[in-house]
Design a protein around this ligand. Structure first.
Ligand code: TYM
Length: 347
C-alpha cells in the first residue's frame, strides 16, 4: 500500500464523529465517545457530529423504531452537552454527499482490506452468506462520512480503530491514484480511561447495545435503582482492590470498574487506585454506583425532557444537515471533477 502523500497538518483542524441509532446509548458510548465529543466542542474546535442512520440499516431496523431511536440519540447528544449552535448535529441520510462519496470509496477500497475488518467478521459471525452487502461495505461509507468534511481528527472508542486505519488507507490511495493532495490522512483520537468500557458480566467483552443481556450494560435511560443494582451485581473477583495498577493486570472485571470510575470522575485509573487501595468491592461498587448516578441522571432527565418536543429535535437535525451539506457538497463536487465525471446540470 502506498505511503500517505499528505499530512494532516496542512488541513485545518476539524473534528467529525458519528454514532449509530441502532439502539439506546450505553455507558460505553457515553464514556468512549459522547463525553469526549463535548470536551472537543468546549475546546473551541470545529466539531461535526452525525447520527449515522444509513449505517444503522446495514442490519434490519424497524422504521418506526429507527425514527424514535434517531430522535432519542439526538436528545442524548444535546443532553450530554452538545450545543447545536456550536457543533453541527445532524442525521446522515439528510446529507447525500455521504452516500455519494461512499460509493466512490467502494471503488477505491480493495476487497482484501474489507475482508480483514474484524467488526464485520464479529457481526457476520457464521452467518456471513446471509448478511447485507451494506454491512460489508460499511467501513467505506464510514470513510466517506469523515472525508466528505476533510475531517482531520476523529474521536472514537478503541473498537473503531481498525475502521479509521482503513479510512487513512482509502484517503492515501485516492490521493495517490489521482495524483492529488485532496484528502487529509485523518488521525484517530482514542484517549482516556473510557475508550474500552467492558461488559459488566464479562470484563473481556466490550459493553455493547447488542449484547442480549441487559445486565451487561448501563443504558443512558436506566433509572437510579437499575444503575445501582447493575453495578452491585457486576462480575468481580474475591480480592480487594490492589495497591497499584500492575495489580489489575490479570483482573479484567476489576480493571473495568476502575476504568469506568476514572472516566466518570475525570481522573486517572492510578488516582482511583490510590484512593481505594485495599478496599473491598462491597465499598467500591456502591461508590461507583453513586458516582454513575450523579453523572448520568441529569443527562437522562434532560433527554426525556427533550423527547417531549420531537418537532424541535427534527428542526435541530434539519438545521444541522443544512450546515453539514454546505461543507460537504463542494468537497464531493470537487471529487467528481477529480475523477472525471461531467457536472453540467443547471439545477
Ligand atoms: P457505534 O454506534 O457502535 O458507537 C459509537 C461510539 O461509541 C464508542 N463505543 C465505545 N467506547 C468505549 N467502550 C465501549 N464499550 C464502546 N461501545 C461503543 C465507539 O467506539 C464509537 O466511537 N462505525 C461507528 C459509527 C460511525 C463513525 C463514522 C464513527 C459511522 N461513521 C465516522 C466515527 C466517524 C459505530 O458503529 O459506532
Amino acid at each position: 500500500m502506498s505511503e500517505p502523500v499528505q499530512t494532516p497538518q496542512t488541513f485545518p483542524t476539524r473534528i467529525f464523529s458519528g454514532i449509530q441509532p441502532s439502539g439506546g446509548l450505553t455507558l460505553g458510548n457515553y464514556l468512549g465517545a459522547l463525553k469526549r465529543f463535548v470536551q472537543k466542542q468546549d475546546e473551541g474546535i470545529e466539531t461535526i457530529y452525525c447520527i449515522v442512520d444509513m449505517h444503522a440499516i446495514t442490519v434490519w431496523q424497524d422504521p418506526a423504531k429507527l425514527r424514535q431511536q434517531t430522535r432519542e440519540l439526538a436528545a442524548g447528544f444535546i443532553a450530554a452537552g452538545i450545543d447545536p449552535a456550536r457543533s453541527i448535529l445532524f442525521n446522515q441520510s439528510q446529507v447525500s454527499a455521504h452516500v455519494e462519496l461512499g460509493w466512490i470509496f467502494n471503488t477505491v477500497a480493495r476487497m482484501g482490506w474489507m475482508s480483514r475488518m474484524t467488526q464485520f467478521k464479529d457481526k457476520a459471525g457464521k452467518n456471513s452468506e446471509n448478511v447485507s452487502l451494506g454491512l460489508f461495505a460499511y467501513p467505506a461509507l464510514m470513510a466517506a462520512d469523515i472525508l466528505a468534511y476533510k475531517a482531520t481528527h476523529v474521536p472514537v472508542g478503541e473498537d473503531q480503530k481498525q475502521h479509521l486505519e482503513l479510512t487513512r488507507d482509502i484517503a492515501a490511495k485516492f490521493n495517490n491514484d489521482y495524483g492529488v493532495n485532496f484528502f487529509p490522512i485523518t488521525e484517530p483520537v482514542i484517549e482516556g480511561a473510557g475508550t474500552r468500557v467492558m461488559s459488566l458480566r464479562d470484563g473481556t467483552k466490550k459493553m455493547s447495545k447488542s449484547d442480549p443481556s441487559d445486565q451487561s450494560r448501563i443504558n443512558l435511560t436506566d433509572d437510579t435503582d437499575t444503575i445501582a443494582k447493575k453495578f452491585r451485581k457486576a462480575k468481580t473477583d474475591a480480592e480487594p482492590l490492589p495497591e497499584d495498577l500492575e495489580g489489575l493486570k490479570d483482573r479484567p472485571d476489576a480493571r473495568n470498574l476502575v476504568n469506568i470510575y476514572a472516566a466518570l470522575a475525570d481522573i486517572t485509573p492510578e488516582a482511583v487506585i490510590s484512593q481505594y487501595a485495599g478496599a473491598q468491592f462491597g465499598t467500591f461498587k456502591p461508590a461507583l454506583a453513586d458516582l454513575a448516578v450523579a453523572k448520568l441522571s441529569p443527562i437522562t432527565r434532560k433527554m426525556s425532557e427533550l423527547m417531549q418536543d420531537t418537532t424541535e429535535i427534527d428542526r435541530i437535525l434539519g438545521a444541522g444537515a443544512a450546515r453539514a451539506n454546505a461543507i460537504a457538497r463542494p468537497i464531493v463536487d470537487e471529487v467528481y471533477d477529480i475523477i472525471g465525471m461531467i457536472r453540467s446540470r443547471q439545477i
